[in-house]
Design a protein around this ligand. Structure first.
Ligand code: OAD
Length: 277
């Protein structure tokens, strides 16, 4: 790691060490090193696929087979990917900070580290469960702003169920159907033109406003309301730290921008956290 990067990391580490509350916002870039494609950039999904054909309610109404084919392929691919060193470092960081905080507070108190993700790949959750272990403390689960590819939701009655089985999207008859009302299930992800789940959004913004530091990792920061999470931290008097190999619209607002990959930068940034006090 270069000298400048080392300096940025040490400045960012100081800010984190002083922070009582941290909100983390992640995007597709954190999963790039796990083999999950990002959306924008040279190799991004939106270079090859048209969002309006695949990721809108209108596309699903028009051609559910095509939409399911795309999501079945992505679900299958994501189920084979593993959390990388960036996911693991964040999971251990959240767990470590939670362990330092007395558990006796009233319900509803914001955790010391709140992880907010735009990703639907479930990799933060897997890293959190691995970090906690089978008999350890409750894992620090992420707030999934854009839903999860490992859940289905009924297109009529809204019933939602966990779903990780492969889907045969070759015929309408083999697409998943609602166990309650029989209508077609759809992936429980947020599509273009749809609102984010209000309760999840409210928790994310409450955490962001209360945070001393918002650590933003691997997002182009172009899609709102997710990209406004760090703005809420700034408005609440906190600072923004960014980890991204590329510049983004947030870079100028960040106290420190670490120009590196999440899989290298996050372990370097968070590794010595446990020794900070
Ligand atoms: P993008 O594909 O827009 O941006 C990915 C970001 O990750 C870019 O800024 C890259 O520079 C950065 N990046 C790439 N490799 C990285 C690495 N190894 N470590 C750290 N950063 C890296 O993805 P998002 O910002 O997540 O929405 O996109 C936001 C939303 O747009 C997605 O949630 C999705 C999409 O349309 C929905 O599907 C609703």
């Amino acid at each position: 790691m270069g000298e400048d990067l080392g300096e940025d990391i040490s400045r960012a580490r100081d800010l984190l060490a002083r922070a009582r509350r941290v909100v983390v916002l992640t995007g597709a870039g954190i999963s790039a090193e796990s083999g999950v494609p990002t959306f924008r950039g040279e190799e991004g999904l939106w270079k090859t696929y048209r969002a309006e054909d695949l990721a809108t309610p209108e596309a699903f109404a028009r051609d559910p087979l095509l939409v399911w084919e795309w999501y079945a392929w992505r679900r299958d691919h994501m189920s084979r990917c593993l959390p990388n060193a960036g996911h693991v470092a964040l999971a251990k960081f959240a767990l470590g900070r939670a362990a330092e905080t007395p558990a006796s507070g009233p319900t509803g108190v914001i955790s010391p580290v709140v992880l907010v993700t735009q990703n639907v790949d479930g990799l933060h959750e897997r890293a959190a469960r691995d970090a906690s272990g089978p008999s350890g403390p409750a894992p620090a689960l992420p707030l999934e702003l854009h839903g999860s590819i490992f859940r289905d939701r009924c297109s009529r009655c809204g019933r939602s169920t966990p779903a990780d089985a492969p889907i045969d999207a070759s015929r309408l008859e083999t697409l998943p159907r609602c166990g309650s009302c029989g209508a077609l299930m759809r992936p429980a992800v947020v599509w273009f033109g749809e609102a984010l789940e209000a309760a999840v959004l409210a928790r994310a913004f409450a955490a962001a406003r209360a945070a001393d530091v918002c650590l933003v990792v691997g997002t182009s920061a172009l899609v709102h309301p997710a990209a406004s999470v760090p703005i809420a931290t700034l408005q609440g008097g906190g600072v923004v730290l960014e980890v991204n190999p590329e510049e983004t619209p947030l870079s100028d607002l960040a106290a420190v921008s670490i120009r590196g990959n999440a899989g290298d930068a996050l372990p370097a940034l968070l590794a010595r956290e446990g020794l900070r006090r």
